[in-house]
Design a protein around this ligand. Structure first.
Ligand code: SAH
Length: 508
C-alpha cells in the first residue's frame, strides 16, 4: 500500500479560478476529497472521475460532521494509503480549523502538506473594489473573527485595541454580530463615521455589497437582508469602492448562463461570456477518456506505413492519436507518405499544431461526402484507410469507404462519456430558480439539453432561453418552450450581443 497523505488545500474564496496551481494539481490526483460548504462546486470537477467526494460542510446550524469527526475521517482515509485532499474555503489556516486537522495528522503519524489559499478577507474586498491596504488610507490590515460576541466577558478580542487600529479591519463570520461589533468599536473610540462595507458571497456571481458607516451599516444590512457568508470591512479604504468597483460593473455580472454544447471542444462562447462577467455552466459536458482497449490503436500505429490514408474526424481524435503516437516513441514523421483527410476547421487547426496539412478537407462530415472528396485525389479501390475515432462514431464513414472498395480500419481512439454531474447541478439551479439563461447554438443542442432536463422544470421559473437563429428557435418551439431571445446575427457573437442587449434592457 502506498503511504497516505493529508493535503490541507485552500480552495480560494469562491471564484474557481482563484485556487493555486499546486492546489489544482493535488486535486486532480486525489483519491479522496473532503470538502466544505464554501468550496466552489466547479472545482470538484478537477478531481478524478473515480475519486471519493465527501461533503462535510458546516452551514450555520446544520453540521454534517463535527470537527472531531472530520479529523478522524481524514486520518482514517489517509491510513488506507489514499491521497486525501482536504479542500477548504479560502485559506486553510485562516479561520479554517486547518491547524486542528494538521495537529491530528501529526498525532496519528500521517504525512501532511499545507497548500495556502487566497483568503476571502482579502479577495472579497478586492472583488468589491476595496484594497485592504492603501498607501495613504491604511497601513495595516487585521483579520478578525466576528464570531465572538463583544459583550462576552471571556472574549479574546480586545475592542479597545481594535477601535484604535486605524487601518483596515476585516471581520469573518460576523454578520449575526454586526450591530454589536460596530457599536463596540464606536464605544471604544472609533470614529462613528468610519466607512464599513459588507461583502456577501464575494468573488462569485452572487456577490452583493452594501456600504455605510459604523453607525449606519447595521440598519442598511438589515434592510438589504444580508445573510452569511459575508465579510465586514471596516476602514477608510471602503471609500475607494466608488471608483474601483470592477467586478460588479461587468455587463453580464450576476448572470448564470448555461451553454449547451454539441461537442466537447473548449468553447469560445464560454470564454466570451465569462469575460463579460457571466457565470457559465457547460452542459451536457462530455468527458473524453482513453479507449477501454487501446490495443487496436497501438497496433495501427505500429504499422502506419501500411496505410494510404488516415481520416481525422475530430480534434479529440487528433489529440488521442498523437498521444498514442508519442507513447510509442514516434512523432509526426511516422505519417510520412500517408495522405490525410481532415474533417472540420478545428480538427485542421489541431493538426497544424503538429505541423501537418490535409490532402483533402471535405466540406461536411457526411460519410458519402467525405469519401467523394477523398476519391478526387485518386481511386480508393484497395486503398487502406485508418479511421481513429470515438468508440461510438456512426458507421456511415466506414460503410461509404467500403462501398468504394477501400479497406477501412475503424479504430477506437477515445471514449465519449456524458458527464451527468453538470446535469444534476443544472437541475438543482432550476429547482432553486437561480439560473438566468440557457443558450442554444443549434437544434441538436436543444435536443441534447431536453434529453436530460424535463421541459416542465423550465416552466414556472425566471430562466430565459436564448437561441442563435430561426432553426434553433423552431426546435425550441417544438419542445413547447419558445425562445425568449433570438440572435439577429446567427453566430456566437450575435448570440452574445443578443444576451447583452436583453440584460441591458432589464429593469434591475
Ligand atoms: N478559511 C476561510 C474562512 C472560513 S470562515 C478563508 O480563508 O476565507 C467562514 C467565513 O469566511 C464566513 O462566515 C465569511 O465571513 C467568510 N467568507 C468565506 N468566503 C466568503 C465569500 N466568498 N464571501 C464573503 N465572505 C466569505
Amino acid at each position: 500500500v502506498s503511504k497516505g497523505c493529508i493535503y490541507l488545500v485552500g480552495a480560494g474564496p469562491g471564484d474557481p479560478g482563484l485556487i493555486t496551481v499546486r492546489g489544482q494539481q493535488l486535486l486532480s490526483q486525489a483519491d479522496v476529497v473532503v470538502y466544505d460548504y464554501l468550496v466552489a462546486p466547479k472545482l470538484l470537477r478537477s478531481a478524478p472521475a473515480n475519486a471519493e467526494l465527501i461533503y462535510v460542510g458546516k452551514k450555520a446550524g446544520q453540521h454534517t460532521l463535527s470537527q472531531d469527526g472530520i479529523n478522524k475521517l481524514l486520518v482514517a482515509k489517509a491510513k488506507t494509503g489514499a491521497k486525501v485532499v482536504r479542500l477548504k474555503g479560502g485559506d486553510p489556516f485562516v479561520f479554517g480549523r486547518g491547524g486542528e486537522e494538521a495537529l491530528e495528522a501529526v498525532e496519528s503519524g500521517i504525512d501532511f502538506e499545507v497548500v495556502p489559499g487566497i483568503t476571502a478577507g482579502v479577495a472579497g474586498p478586492a472583488y468589491a473594489g476595496i484594497p485592504v491596504t492603501h498607501r495613504t488610507l491604511a497601513s495595516n490590515v487585521g483579520l478578525v473573527t466576528g464570531h465572538e460576541t463583544p459583550d462576552k466577558t471571556d472574549s479574546d478580542l480586545d475592542f479597545e485595541a481594535l477601535a484604535r487600529w486605524r487601518g483596515t479591519l476585516v471581520f469573518y463570520m460576523g454578520v449575526g454580530n454586526l450591530e454589536r461589533i460596530c457599536s463596540a468599536l464606536v464605544e471604544h473610540g472609533m470614529d462613528a463615521d468610519t466607512p464599513v462595507a459588507l461583502v456577501r458571497w464575494g468573488t462569485t456571481t452572487d456577490q452583493r455589497v452594501v456600504t455605510g458607516t459604523a453607525t449606519t451599516i447595521a440598519a442598511i444590512a438589515r434592510e438589504a437582508q444580508i445573510k452569511p457568508p459575508a465579510l465586514i470591512v471596516v476602514g477608510k479604504v471602503v471609500g475607494l469602492r466608488d471608483q474601483l468597483s470592477w467586478f460588479e460593473r461587468r455587463p453580464l455580472f450576476g448572470q448564470r448562463i448555461v451553454v449547451t454544447r454539441a461537442r466537447a471542444q473548449a468553447s469560445s462562447f464560454t470564454t466570451q461570456l465569462e469575460q463579460l462577467g457571466a457565470d457559465v455552466i457547460e452542459m451536457p459536458t462530455i468527458r473524453i477518456t482513453p479507449p477501454t482497449d487501446d490495443g487496436p490503436l497501438q497496433e495501427a500505429i505500429g504499422r502506419l506505413s501500411d496505410y494510404d490514408w488516415v481520416v481525422f474526424t475530430s480534434a479529440n481524435a487528433v489529440e488521442m492519436f498523437f498521444a498514442a503516437l508519442a507513447a510509442a516513441g514516434l512523432d509526426s514523421r511516422a505519417l510520412h507518405g500517408v495522405k490525410l483527410c481532415i474533417i472540420g476547421p478545428v480538427t485542421a487547426e489541431r493538426l497544424s499544431g503538429f505541423g501537418l496539412k490535409g490532402d483533402c478537407q471535405p466540406a461536411n462530415a457526411l460519410g458519402r461526402d467525405v469519401v467523394e472528396a477523398m476519391a478526387q485525389s485518386g481511386d480508393l479501390t484497395g486503398k487502406r484507410v485508418l479511421c481513429p475515432r470515438s468508440d461510438i462514431a456512426p458507421p456511415d464513414l466506414i460503410d461509404a469507404l467500403t462501398a468504394r472498395g477501400a479497406k477501412a480500419d475503424d479504430v477506437a481512439a477515445y471514449r465519449t462519456e456524458s458527464d451527468c454531474a453538470d446535469a444534476e447541478q443544472v437541475k438543482q439551479l432550476l429547482a432553486d430558480d437561480r439560473l438566468h439563461w440557457v443558450t442554444f447554438t443549434s437544434s441538436s443542442t436543444v435536443k441534447n439539453f431536453f434529453d436530460v432536463i424535463d421541459p416542465g422544470t423550465i416552466a414556472g421559473g425566471s430562466v430565459r432561453l436564448a437561441s442563435i437563429g430561426p432553426k434553433t428557435s423552431e426546435a425550441l418551439e417544438a419542445i413547447g418552450r419558445p425562445a425568449d431571445v433570438e440572435a439577429h446575427t446567427h453566430t456566437i457573437e450575435g448570440l452574445t450581443e443578443a444576451l447583452l442587449e436583453a440584460v441591458r434592457g432589464d429593469v434591475r
